[in-house]
Structures are given as structure tokens and as C-alpha cells.
Write a new protein. Structure first.
Length: 133
């Protein structure tokens, strides 16, 4: 890819912001061939503006609109729960609490470890294996 094209090309993060999706989604689209991309150096990937424009054209329009907080009117327009629905949901919540308590007792009162760090590490390792970082 010529140097002028490199300057006009977007990073994966920039492309993701323009498309309204995550960088991980853009990388997946690149990997499966849905979005053309070009390697710049050993590790960097760029997306051409023209290719991005084509992708924007085929994405559903609502995909590119930011998702916001529902308005007060939208919330008030929701049908209220019936007493039976409320009772059912409360029953499910109670069963979930009981199950959680049983699980905790089985573990001798020791809660499960927070998995956030483990998941982050696994994603970073996968990205390294795929050459994304």
C-alpha cells in the first residue's frame, strides 16, 4: 500500500468508532473477509476510507445510531406488570438467592474469584496469538 494511502487509512479503533461497533468486531470482520484491511508493518492494520464507506452503506441504518437512555415517555408507555407477573419474578429472585446461598455454603463460605482479570488476560493472549497486538 503506497504511503499516501497509509496516511488516508484508518486504524481499527477509528474504523470501529465510525461503524458504531467494537474494535473486536472490526477485527473479526477483517479476519473473516467481510471488511478489507491492509497490514502496515509487522503488527499494524489499516482500513481504507473507501472500504469503510462501503461497509457503512450495507450496515442497517439503526446500527449506526447511538443507543441512548429511553425517554420518560417510553418508560411510561410500557405496560405495567400484572400481580401474577410480579409474583413470578419475585419467586424467581428468591430461588436464585437460595441457589447462590447453597453454592456459597458448598464452597465453605468462600465466594468465587472475580473473573474479570482472567477474561482480560485470555483475550489479550488470543489477540497476541492472532497478531492483533
Amino acid at each position: 500500500m503506497a504511503s499516501s494511502l497509509v496516511e488516508d487509512a484508518l486504524t481499527v479503533d477509528q474504523a470501529a468508532r465510525r461503524l458504531g461497533v467494537s474494535a473486536q468486531t472490526v477485527r473479526r470482520w477483517i479476519r473473516v473477509g467481510r471488511l478489507p484491511a491492509y497490514r502496515v508493518g509487522a503488527k499494524r492494520v489499516r482500513v481504507l476510507e473507501a472500504d469503510l464507506s462501503q461497509m457503512i452503506a450495507i450496515l442497517p441504518a439503526n446500527r449506526l445510531e447511538p443507543v441512548g437512555v429511553p425517554s420518560r415517555e417510553d418508560v411510561l408507555a410500557l405496560a405495567p406488570l400484572t400481580p401474577a407477573e410480579i409474583e413470578r419474578r419475585l419467586h424467581v429472585l428468591q430461588r436464585l438467592r437460595e441457589r447462590g446461598q447453597r453454592d456459597l455454603e458448598r464452597r465453605g463460605g468462600i465466594p468465587f474469584d472475580d473473573s474479570t482479570d482472567i477474561i482480560r488476560e485470555m483475550r489479550q493472549e488470543r489477540d497476541r496469538q492472532l497478531g492483533y497486538s
